[in-house]
Design a protein around this ligand. Sequence first.
Ligand code: S3P
Length: 172
Amino acid sequence: VIPAWTGRPIVLVGLMGVGKSTVGRRLANRLKLPFVDADHEIEDAAGMTIADIFDRFGEAYFRDGERRVIARLIDGKPKVIATGGGAFINDQTRALILADALSIWLDAPVDVLVDRVRRRDTRPLLRGRDAGAVLRDLAAKRTPFYSLAHLRVASADAPHENTVRAILEAIG
Ligand code: S3P
């Protein structure tokens, strides 16, 4: 039996700090597929960092660029794509992903995420703010959207290897 996802890009969605990039890279390795980080593609296309895009042009402009980059990456070729935490919240971006990719929501309790993002705080939505409060707020607002993903996989455990294994089992 050919699994339903075969040939579709696998798109990882979920909150900041949940491990989309790390898990995505390892999953791609295991599946022998290319890995693409959508945030890096956006930075390459814009020639500046995500923080600079937010500062200079605002979040709406960033979301539009994010949608265009993800539309380009979902090209019918199998690969693993890590998205930024807000990509799947945008109605148009989510529609693209749901139509032509296999979306996997990596889900972890907010406390775990707060611990992880404290180690790297270049994210524009967290800079100079209480990461716990922001993430709790985002989790409440975004969970209804993440729930629309094709699959949900728990990502609370370190090392991320457990998450990779859970995804491989889920997509069998
Ligand atoms: C964002 C998450 C970031 C990045 C941008 C906005 C968000 O990606 O796209 O800072 O809205 O949650 P990560 O989830 O990879 O940190």
